[in-house]
Design a protein around this ligand. Sequence first.
Ligand code: GLA
Length: 396
Amino acid sequence: MELNSIINEFIKLYGGSKDDLRVFQSPGRVNMIGEHTDYNGGFVFPAALTMCTTIVVRKRNDNIIRLKATDLDIMVEADIDKLDSYRDLKWGNYQLGVAYVLQEAGYDIVGCDMLYDDTVPHGSGLSSSAAIEVATALCFATFSNEKNGIIKDVDMIEMAKLGQKAENQYCGVNCGIMDQFASAMGKKDHAIFLKCDDLSFDYAPILLNGMKIVLSNTKKKHSLGASKYNERRAECEQGYKILSAALPGKKCLGEISVEEFEANKHLIEDDVILKRIKHVIYEDDRVLKSVEALKNGDVKAFGSYMNASGDSLRYDYEVTGDELDVMVEEARKIDGVIGSRMTGGGFGGCTVSIVKEDSVDRFIEQVGKNYTARTGIVPEFYVSDIGDGGKEIIDF
Ligand code: GLA
C-alpha cells in the first residue's frame, strides 16, 4: 500500500492524528547466489529489495502493544511484561518474539499501537519474515534509546542478529543470518558479499548493463517450518563432524576448501550426506567466483555460476520441488536469459533470473504461459530493484 493510505488506515483504526506517528521500514531480499551456506559459516551474496515491511506506529503511555496488519482482520494485544507468552500466535508471534528478545538483551520495550503493511509477498522465499523482524527490531530499539536518552544510531547488525534469534528461539525456525542481515544492511544497487561465520562483509555493485533481475513467484508457498530445512541443517552437521575429524581446526564447513573436501570426501560413507556436503563446499566456491566475475563485468560467467548453483540445489541438496524445477526449466529456454535458479530456502517460493532488458516482456509472457500449462498455477513476476536496508522514514 501507499504510505499515505497506511497512515489513513492507522488513524481510522487507532484514532488521533498524523502528528505523533512514526514510520519504520525494512525490505525483503533476493539471494543472488550462495544458498544454504549461511548456517555452515560460508559465503552468501544477497541484495535488499524495494519490496518491504512498513510499520506505522505510535507510542502509548502504558504497557500494551497492539498489532494489526493491513491485510488481516485480527488485532493482537500484548502485555510488555508477559512477552514470553505469545509464541503460539498464528500472527503476531514474529513481532512479539522480536520485542521479547530485545527485552532480554536489555532494551526497554515501550507500549505502542502498530499497523503493519507488507509488499513482500508472504511465503515467496523473499524473506517477508526477516523484513518484519528487522523493521520491528529497529522500531523498538529506537524507542528504547529515546526513553533512556541514548543518542546514537541503532546498531543494524545487532538488529539482524536479534531478528534471527527471535525466529530461531521464539518462532522455532532454525534459519541462518542471511535474510535478516540483508534486510538490515542492504544498499541500493549493491549486493552484500557476506561471510557468515564472522559477519565480515563488503558491498559489490550489481551492474548488470542492460539486464534485469526478474523474480518469478511459483505461488507454491514456501514454509521453512514445514519444509525440510532443519533436516538439511542436521545433515550438514553430520557431514561436518566426519570431515572435521580429519581436518582439525576447521570451525565450520565454510572453512573447508574444494581441495580439502575432494581429498577427504571418501570418509563420508552415506551418499545422501555426501551430496549435501558437496553442494555446500562447491556453492561457497561459486560465490567467490561470482563476486570476482561481477567485479570484472563478466555477467555471462555470473549467469553460469547461478545455473550451476540451481542445478546443485536441485540434484544434490534436493530443496527445489516440481514448481521451482518447471519455472527454472522454462526460464532457461528463453533467449536472453543469462542465468536462472531458485532463491532462498527452496521447496517453493521464487526463482531469480538475469534477463536481457529487451527480453523481459517475452520472458514474463512465455514463462508464465508455459508454467501455468505445466503446473496449473498462475505465477507472478517482479522485475526487481535493489534497495536500501531498514530505516526510519522521517519525511511523510
Ligand atoms: C532461508 C533462511 C536463510 C538461508 C536460506 C538458504 O532463507 O532463512 O538463513 O539459510 O534459506 O540459503
